[in-house]
Structures are given as structure tokens and as C-alpha cells.
Design a protein. Structure first.
Length: 181
């Protein structure tokens, strides 16, 4: 699986230094952060909320918060960890504003006939099962399986011990499998 592109520690340090400089440098740093992290953050929000409109609302909330707080960010955690924490909170809030069990439609790759129908049915079943998970379960599965984060990275994002991630991931997988059967 391809790992989501995130900022390496050296790029983060450079961007943090830029964010504490003059206004022009701050805007350049924010622009680069937005460019690199927009898609991964949107994907995470989409997986947690289950609705594109809610995910886009959360995305705006995330980067507005980042823009405002970036000059004051102390660097106690990695920049990407901090942004993912903001994203998870924003996505959970967005999901709570419009509770729904419907997840976004997944389009299978272009194939003809019966194979395409089977892929659509499988995608629908997976989407419906994923929609039945709690926001916490969606988040841990999304960060691990879709974003390619390690257990340690997920623990940092969620602010819990690494062992807790192992447990949450196990329960989320089990619950997803139950909903698929």
C-alpha cells in the first residue's frame, strides 16, 4: 500500500521556523502545508464523517484553525500529528451536526457486465459496514489502512498509548467483519 505523503521532520522544522517569521513567510509556510496535507486530511475527514459535504466543512475548519494557530504552535508534537488531531476533532463535530448512516458512494474501477455489478455490490456492502462503525473505529481504521500510519503515529494523533491502538484496531476490524457478514 502506498503511504500518504506527509511532511518529513526536516520540512516540518523549516515550515515551523517560517511560520514564526514575517507575514509573507507565514503565508508561504501555510500554503505549503495546505498543498501537501489537503488531500490526506480531506480523505480522513471523509472516512470519519461518511459524507463529502461534511468532510469539506471539516476540512475548512481544520485549515482555518491551523492558519490561526500555526504561529503559536510550540512543536510539542509533530506538525502533521497536530493537524491530524485537529482534523479528527473537526470531522467528529461535523458528523455530529448531521448524523447519518449513509457513507459516500464508492465507484469501482471501470469493468463491464457481471464483474462490475459484483464490484459495486461489494463496495456497497463495505461502505454500509464502514458507516455502521463508530467515529473512533472509523478514525483508527482510516489512519492505519488508508493513510498508512504506524501504530505509534496513530497513538500520537489520538493522544493514547500505543497498546490502545492495537486494541482499538482489533475491535474495529472485528466489528467491520461482523457488519460485512
Amino acid at each position: 500500500m502506498a503511504r500518504t505523503v506527509i511532511l518529513d521532520p526536516l520540512a516540518e522544522a523549516r515550515l515551523l521556523a517560517q511560520s514564526k517569521a514575517d507575514a509573507r513567510s507565514r503565508e508561504a509556510a501555510f500554503g505549503e502545508i495546505f498543498r501537501v496535507l489537503r488531500e490526506p486530511v480531506l480523505a480522513l475527514c471523509l472516512h470519519v464523517t461518511g459524507r463529502r459535504a461534511d468532510a469539506e466543512d471539516a476540512l475548512q475548519e481544520v485549515f482555518l484553525a491551523v492558519h490561526r494557530a500555526l504561529p503559536h504552535f510550540r512543536g510539542d508534537a509533530r506538525l502533521t500529528t497536530w493537524i491530524y488531531r485537529i482534523a479528527l476533532r473537526a470531522a467528529v463535530r461535523a458528523k455530529g451536526r448531521r448524523p447519518t448512516t449513509a457513507a459516500p458512494p464508492l465507484e469501482p474501477p471501470g469493468e463491464d457486465g457481471q464483474a462490475r455489478l459484483e464490484l459495486r455490490e461489494q463496495a456497497r456492502r463495505l461502505r454500509d459496514a464502514f458507516a455502521k462503525l463508530t467515529a473512533e473505529q472509523r478514525a483508527v481504521l482510516s489512519l492505519f489502512a488508508l493513510e498508512g500510519m504506524s501504530h505509534r503515529e496513530i497513538a500520537d494523533v489520538l493522544g493514547v498509548p500505543e497498546g490502545t491502538i492495537w486494541s482499538r484496531l482489533h475491535h474495529a476490524r472485528r466489528r467491520l467483519a461482523e457488519h460485512m457478514s
